[in-house]
Design a protein around this ligand. Sequence first.
Ligand code: 5GP
Length: 179
Amino acid sequence: MNTVEVADKKFELLIENDNINKRTRLIGIQMNVDYENRCPVFIGVLNGSFLFMADLLKEIEIPCEVGFIRVSSYKGTASTGTVRETFGLPDTLKDRDVILVEDIVDTGFTLKYILEKVHLQQPASVRVCTLLYKPDAIQTQIDELEYVGFEIPNEFVVGYGLDYNGLGRNLKDIYKAIP
Ligand code: 5GP
């Protein structure tokens, strides 16, 4: 299927599931080497990361722990800007090797916020793995960004965990909006 309709919007194929799987396998192999003899904590950021997290973890052969967090963000006042809140972050990250798993990094502000919270606990190391990255949209430097599945153009995408108005997360492939 080269185009799909999600709610009222048309999308065209951007990345096939086969390619996602191949890339995920390579990232997993790299992590198995990078974290040899360690026991990292993988933390997936819901909802978008659920499929990527599941497929990535199947490639991980070293001992590891797995959890998920959720971040809500809503518009505050002019002075507070976007207000964010984290749910479910474990409070046992001191001296641990943490790997945050994201579906997509856009402006980077959500990730920056999560990273601040994680660093407060003084983990041994923190790295970020994101399936998708929009280099033209990033507005803040993220030194922890270590594993990137695909760099994509600054366009809205759905599928493989990512939604449009709550729909489309179940699509196997990733699609971009047709303007
Ligand atoms: P950031 O804080 O990096 O701007 O935004 C990150 C969040 O915005 C992602 O976790 C995701 O929920 C949402 N987002 C950003 N770009 C897209 C996109 O192209 N498609 C979808 N479905 N969500 C996106």
